[in-house]
Structure formats: C-alpha cells, structure tokens
Design a protein around this ligand. Structure first.
Ligand code: ACO
Length: 327
C-alpha cells in the first residue's frame, strides 16, 4: 500500500437528531452500537463523487501520477443508476488512462475486502503493477428514516488506496467467505406503494452471524489450511499489530475480540486492544468503513509502516472476508 485517502460528507447526523425522527434515545444507540454521530451526503453527493475525492487524496498521498494507475476496482452497493459502474464514472471524472480497465464489486459491506482481494490477485499474477482500490457508499440513500432498527446505524463516506507491486512483503493473503442461504437477513425491499427500496434487516441474526464470521475469517486468513493447533494459532495472532474490523457495531467488534481471546486463551484485553474503532463518529458507512479507518489510523500514527494488520468485514449477501497485510 503506497498511499491512502478518504472523504466524509460535512453534514453530521447526531443521535439527538435521530431522536426527533424515530422513537429512540442517545443512551440506547450508544449502549447498543457505540455510535454517536454519522456523516450524511448532500443531495448532489453520491458514492461516485465521494469515491473520486478519496482516490484523488490517495493518489496525492502516494506521490504517483494518475496515468500510472493500470486498473481500478471499486467496492460499492449504492450506484444509482446501476449502469454504468461507479468505477467508470470515477475513472472518467479523474481523467485516468483512456483505456483503463475498471470494475465494481458488490458484496454488501464486505465489498471493500473483496475488491482489495481482486486487486491483490491481479498484482500477484503480474498483470498490473499499480492498482487503485476504493470503498464508497451512500447508505443514506437506501436507509428508511422511519425504521429505528436500521436508521441509527448507517452513514456515508469513502476510502481509497493505491497498491503497487513490490519485492518486499505487502498483501500476504485474503480469505473470502459467504453464506448465500442467509441472504434474506439483510435485503433491500420496496416500501409499500413507493418506488424506493430500503434496507431491511434481522438485526439479532445478523449480529450473531457477524461475530462468528469475523472470528472465523481472522483464523482462516492466519491459517489458510486450518491445520494450526491452538498454540500455533496464538503465536500467529500475537504477531498481528492491529485489526481493522468493519465498523458496524462496537459491540460486535468487542464481542468478536472476546471470542478471539477465549478461543486462543489470551489474557483479557489482548485482542480488544488490537481493534481499531472509529464507529463513534462515522457509524456504519459500508464499503468505506475499513479504508476510512485505515487512512485515519495512518495519518494519526495509530498504524506505522511495517505493522501487520488484518482487515476483516461482513455484510449483506451474506458475505465475510479478511485480508492480512504488512502495511
Ligand atoms: N432505539 C430504541 N430501541 C430500539 C431501537 C432504537 N434505535 N432499535 C431497536 N430497538 C428495540 C427493539 O424494538 C427491541 O424492542 P423489544 O424488546 O420491545 O422488541 C429492543 O430494542 C431490542 O432489540 P434487539 O434487536 O434485540 O437489539 P440488539 O441489542 O440486537 O441491537 C442492533 C440491535 C443494534 C441492530 C444489533 O442487532 C446489530 O447491530 N445487528 C447487526 C446489524 C449490522 O451490523 N448490520 C449491518 C451489516 S453490514 C451491511 O452489509 C449493511
């Protein structure tokens, strides 16, 4: 990873604002989710405009020229209309190479992890040397602000990074997982009579799935063959500096950390202290959440060059994934 960038809209939606919209309270939202506020895109802002700014910042941060980018992959769920893809719009807006190949990856909130893994494969295969990856979503466009089960959770934003082929250790491997049988737990459905589709979710069931999937994916990315015993797995885990989890709910993140501690017989707090949590200010902004947290962590010195990091996510589909990366 030679550069990162991110963007969040200016408008802040606090728990207090939400209290005026649905039957909820700041106390409930903070206790159950860890979220205090989230960013909401203006009418003109889209996943494309936010992704474009994030990528521009990542290009600047990496010091490369736009023309050096050979391939663009965008994880997103909120392109409207769905054709042409967000990646095509972004490539055009930024004036990337005329013949640049680009594609969108749609895998719920795991879209960033999947997109990152697509980029990883093309680089490892030797097909491209410099690849841009973006995670961007405008969940506010598909959130029903009359549904307290969902509207307190979501926000908007974008994060981007530039990957470059290198002889030194970088992306070590990824683990991708899915559970299509549970696809109905998190879907878009039309509200009676209207043309708009909104997120509908069985929160409790997604919560249980998420915690389990994150732990499983962390183990699988450290031990792809599944042959390590507890002691070996613990040694592998101890080498990890930080974990950047999908920011869906602070309780899911801390619950997964507790599960890791219990399964690996680690001292209390050992996995919790590795978790990077930015949800308080941004809520769940889907594909943006991991690259946004990565960018913030690098810029504030929470992460440093040489750190070994796991990006781990889950989302609609249902899907889940982890990427093991030497920063
Ligand atoms: N304010 C006040 N009360 C609420 C609210 C709210 N905003 N939302 C729900 N409640 C109520 C419920 O109606 C319920 O009341 P009842 O007991 O009278 O029926 C009570 O609170 C408890 O509800 P639960 O759903 O059991 O609460 P839980 O502790 O599970 O928290 C939450 C709900 C936050 C949604 C949690 O289940 C969760 O985070 N699930 C995972 C969601 C998620 O991560 N989704 C995103 C996936 S990523 C993607 O692809 C978009």
């Amino acid at each position: 990873i030679i550069g990162t960038g991110s963007y969040v809209p200016e408008r802040i939606l606090t728990n207090r604002h939400l209290r005026e919209m649905v039957d909820t309270s700041d106390k409930w939202i903070v206790e159950r989710t860890g979220i205090r506020e989230r960013r909401i895109a203006s009418g003109e802002e889209t996943n494309v405009t936010m992704g474009r700014i994030a990528l521009e910042r990542a290009i600047e941060n990496s010091g490369i020229r736009c023309e050096e980018i050979e391939f663009l992959v965008v994880g997103t769920n909120t392109t409207e209309p769905v054709w042409p893809s967000a990646s095509g719009h972004i490539a055009n807006l930024l004036g990337l190479r005329k013949d640049l190949p680009f594609l969108d990856v749609q895998a719920g909130c795991t879209g960033f992890n999947f997109a990152f893994s697509v980029a990883e494969m093309f680089i490892k295969a030797g097909q491209y040397r410099t690849v841009a990856v973006i995670g961007t979503d405008k969940l506010s466009a598909i959130t029903d602000y009359q549904d307290r089960n969902t509207c307190v959770l979501f926000g908007d934003g974008a994060g981007a990074l530039i990957l470059k082929q290198s002889m030194s250790e970088g992306i070590i491997r990824s683990h991708l997982g899915g559970n299509a049988r549970s696809r109905n737990l998190l879907i878009l459905s039309k509200k009676d009579g209207t043309g708009n589709a909104y997120i509908r979710m069985e929160g409790r069931k997604v919560y249980t799935f998420a915690k389990k999937a994150m732990v499983e994916s962390c183990f699988r990315v450290l031990d792809p063959s599944g042959t390590a015993d507890k002691k070996e797995l613990r040694t592998l885990f101890e080498q990890v500096t930080k974990i950047i989890p999908h920011q869906a709910n602070a309780r899911i993140i801390m619950g997964a950390a507790e599960e890791l501690e219990s399964r690996l017989e680690l001292p209390a707090g050992e996995a919790k202290n590795k978790m990077i949590v930015t949800i308080e200010q941004y809520g769940n902004n889907s594909c943006a959440s991991i690259p946004l947290a990565l960018d913030i962590s690098l810029r504030t010195g929470k992460l440093r060059k040489g750190d070994l990091v796991i990006f781990v996510g889950f989302g609609a589909g249902l899907t889940y994934a982890a990427n093991l990366v030497r920063i």
